[in-house]
Design a protein around this ligand. Structure first.
Ligand code: SF4
Length: 387
């Protein structure tokens, strides 16, 4: 029997300090905690050895937090454990292995260690090249720290690098947004992600915004945000980057395979604190309390999975649509029938007609995808596919 594809997500929930806008599961940690976490993570990985009978690992993604906060030797250990547990062959260059890095935490030594153990793609978090905006976001680095990390990564031999950018930052102007883009394009990374900032309640930035709004500290308007999105797409396209997902752009052949798999609902296993998984249409999540996570694995107990949700057929259809439509290519109509044994028309035919009429969707050559206007208001359009 042919094995199924499996993506691995490794969560490293530690950062030098919390950014002002961050609501992710991440916090600062001491050296002994980082070592204890590596030990626990390796035990958790080993507990999934049985999956190698049914799955072939296609991608590995170290996300966070700040994975580059870990020692190079810890990453080598984690990778060695993965190779053994999932029976990856010696020459496993067919596996895309991504590592998120933050400027200010990357060293030559770490980069050499990543390269040695098989990391072949780096994702560097810059967000903006504007020092004032970096300050508002509470990032730990300057633009020149980023330049140094980027150049070190190139020297270490990384030929597949993503740069993470952000729009809709308080006080950001079109001019500063384009200036950041031009500075990044000049470095010629293979991939650029550009997400809008979402001001989450409970974050430091949200609190600051509440106070400063009264004093005239504003977020870009919805219209300004839309224009930034549009200009970002145009500028990147002129520079040879193709938008392949709502917020992601790549040079030919450098689309992120891991994230594309996520949008196509390939099975993935999340390892580490609070990590989420999707295996055979069942979603579940790991323990979110660090002390409990470390203790459980120190005592070699397999953790009980939380929030286990077996997806109904309707929920699977919803996910198929709202994840698949994030991709510029959209969804393949025939695949809908292959997966669900029901015709696309019988389930979403009427809605599709309405959305086409409103200029939000296109149906062409056996595929359904968002128009440029549909992408502009994608959250509203995607929500229409929920039953
Ligand atoms: S680096 Fe990322 S995960 Fe860490 S605090 Fe900043 S936004 Fe949060």
């Amino acid at each position: 029997m042919e094995k199924k594809k499996l993506e691995l997500y490794i969560h490293i929930p530690f950062c030098v300090r919390k950014c002002n806008y961050c609501d992710f599961l991440s916090a600062p940690a001491s050296e002994p905690v980082l070592t204890a976490y590596t030990n626990a993570l390796c035990r958790e990985i080993e507990s999934y050895t049985c999956l190698q009978k049914i799955y072939d690992v296609s991608t590995i993604f170290f996300g966070g937090g700040t994975p580059s906060i870990m020692k190079g030797t810890d990453i080598i250990r984690i990778m060695d454990t993965i190779k053994k547990a999932f029976a990856l062959s010696e020459a496993f260059s067919y596996v895309e292995v991504s590592m998120e890095c933050n400027p200010g935490t990357v060293t030559d030594e770490k980069l050499r260690a990543y390269k040695k153990c098989g990391v072949n793609r780096l994702s560097i978090g810059l967000q903006t090249a504007n020092e004032k905006e970096l300050g508002i976001l509470g990032r730990i680095h300057t633009f020149s720290d980023f330049l140094e990390s980027f150049s070190m990564a190139r020297k270490a031999g990384f030929t597949n690098i993503n740069v993470d950018l952000m729009t809709a930052i308080p006080e950001q102007t079109m001019e500063s947004c384009l200036d950041t883009l031009e500075k990044v394009i000049a470095l010629s990374p293979e991939h650029i992600s550009a997400y809008s900032l979402i001001l989450e309640e409970g974050t430091e930035l949200f609190e600051q915004y509440q106070k400063k709004e009264k004093a005239g500290w504003m977020l870009p308007s919805e219209e300004a945000e839309r224009q930034m999105y549009e200009r970002t797409g145009c500028l990147l396209q002129e520079a040879g980057y193709k938008r392949y997902e709502i917020s992601n752009y790549a040079r030919e052949g450098y689309e992120c395979r891991h994230n594309t798999g996520y949008w196509k609902r390939v099975d993935y296993l999340g390892l580490g604190l609070g990590a989420s998984s999707l295996l055979s249409n069942t979603r579940f999540q790991n323990e979110e309390n660090l002390t409990v996570y470390l203790e459980e694995w120190e005592n070699n107990n397999a953790l009980l999975q939380e929030n286990v949700q077996v997806l109904t057929k309707q929920e699977q259809m919803e996910e198929f649509m709202f994840l698949g439509l994030r991709l510029v290519k959209g969804i393949r109509i025939a695949e809908f029938r292959e997966v669900f044994c029901e015709s696309y028309e019988s389930v979403y035919g009427e809605l599709t007609k309405q959305l086409i009429h409103r200029g939000l969707l296109v149906m062409e050559q056996g595929r359904v995808f968002l128009t440029a206007y549909g992408r502009d208001i994608s959250n509203q359009v995607l929500a229409e596919f929920l039953f």
